[in-house]
Design a protein around this ligand. Structure first.
Ligand code: CAA
Length: 379
């Protein structure tokens, strides 16, 4: 068993670390305070190849493995989880499914622009009354000649207003339950497609999360991905990979908070010595470091299984469940190590603590991950 990163992995890590320090760190506190989307930063991430890392170079992708992707996600998430969730959604939830199941025409028309960073994508599954229970889709797509008529509302959509290309999951035959769900590519600006209110969130405040409304939107038949009825499987398979990206994001949030706490503990003095010399702090640092290392192993393993083309659904659920809980534990402890300074914006750890919470909720709550894991164990 080899735990060493390759030269290519180390180069990706270095490039992501450098980008995070030079481009994401300046302004990250202001973007959080003002709930401002990192537009310029995302554009640069596209130019550097972070937005379609695993896609075949013939579609402008980076042709890299999933391990490279999680390494980059970890580094960027240490600094700005709002930017990294856009990257995760674009790579895992939009590009992956388009490359795997899209037609050649769909790939030429949409994928090539998503990978180059020219446009952003969004994945539209959740609805006001269908979150964890994803089969209860109300959004409908009715076939009329050479197009579908799309009606419904989607909620909690990451990149909601910044995206140009939306993968929308909708019922094409309600009588068939989850086997009557299909998936469509919808473009921003089409008649009847409205972007609803922006959510005012606890964390990842720079990420733009919106509801979307579809009223008699005409979607050409050629914009359906794969056959009718494939949409639920498409969504589940997509989320299996998406959860690896969010697990890597959670890992990055935890590692970022830990690095700040470690540095602070060496500088801050109390009772005549740096607080890192007090056992109360040493034990916290030891626990944080151990949990982060365990989470990293789960994340890398899930990514590696995906690269080996083995079944990774179970591993990605375990990685997301554990890494997101570590992100919460570690960021709380990082605030504690900082004392009063941890409670103010300037020191970053309070933002990381707020950002950590969403990793236990989106792309399947911790409870959903436990369902996925326990079903596999008991199968
Ligand atoms: N991978 C592949 N296929 C899967 C699957 C998986 N992980 N989970 C279920 N399926 C398949 C099943 O095999 C079954 O297929 P067949 O009918 O062909 O046998 C079908 O899907 C239905 O499965 P279930 O009977 O298990 O369905 P269920 O209603 O009991 O629910 C669930 C399954 C796992 C709970 C699922 O609904 C789920 O994952 N819910 C969570 C949804 C979610 O993660 N939402 C996140 C929103 S996206 C987001 O957050 C994006 C963002 O912007 C950041």
């Amino acid at each position: 068993m080899n735990f060493q990163l390759t030269e290519e992995h180390l180069a990706v890590q270095e490039a992501a670390r450098e980008f995070a320090q030079s481009e994401l760190l300046p302004g990250v506190i202001a973007r959080d305070t003002e709930a401002k989307f990192p537009q310029e930063q995302i554009k640069k991430m596209g130019e550097l190849g972070f937005m379609g890392m695993m896609v075949d170079p013939k579609y402008n992708g980076g042709g890299m493995d999933t391990v490279s992707y999680v390494i980059a996600m970890e580094e960027l998430s240490k600094i700005d989880a709002s930017a990294s969730v856009s990257m995760s959604v674009n790579n895992s939830l939009v590009c992956w499914g388009l490359e795997k199941y899209g037609s050649e025409a769909q790939k030429q028309k949409y994928l090539t622009r998503l990978t180059s960073g020219e446009v952003l994508g969004a994945f539209c599954l959740s609805e006001p009354e269908a979150g964890s229970d994803a089969t209860s889709q109300k959004t409908s797509a009715a076939l009329e000649g050479d197009h579908y008529i799309l009606n419904g509302t989607k909620n909690w959509i990451t990149n909601g207003s910044s995206a140009s290309i939306y993968l929308v999951i909708a019922q094409t035959d309600a009588s068939l339950g989850h086997k009557g769900i299909s998936v469509f590519i919808v473009e921003k600006g089409w008649e009847g497609f409205d972007i609803g209110k922006k959510e005012d969130k606890l964390g990842i405040r720079g990420s733009d999360t919106h509801s979307l409304m579809f009223t008699d939107v005409k979607v050409p038949v050629e914009n359906r991905i794969a056959e009718e009825g494939f949409g639920f499987t498409f969504a589940m398979e997509t989320l299996n990979g998406g959860r690896i990206g969010i697990a890597a994001q959670a890992l990055g949030i935890a590692a970022g908070a830990y690095e700040l706490a470690l540095a602070y503990s060496k500088e801050r003095k109390s009772f005549g010595k740096p607080i890192s010399q007090h056992q109360a702090i040493q034990f916290k640092l030891a626990d944080m470091a151990t949990q982060i290392e365990a989470a990293r192993l789960l994340v890398y393993k899930a990514a590696w299984l995906k690269d080996q083309k083995e079944d990774y659904a179970h591993a990605s659920a375990m990685a997301k469940l554990y890494a997101s809980e570590v992100a919460m534990n570690v960021t709380i402890e990082a605030v504690q190590v900082h004392g009063g300074y941890g409670y103010v914006k300037e020191y970053h750890v309070e933002r990381l603590m707020r950002d950590a919470k969403i990793t236990q909720i989106y792309e399947g709550t911790s409870e959903i991950q436990r369902i996925v894991i326990s079903r596999r164990i008991l199968k």
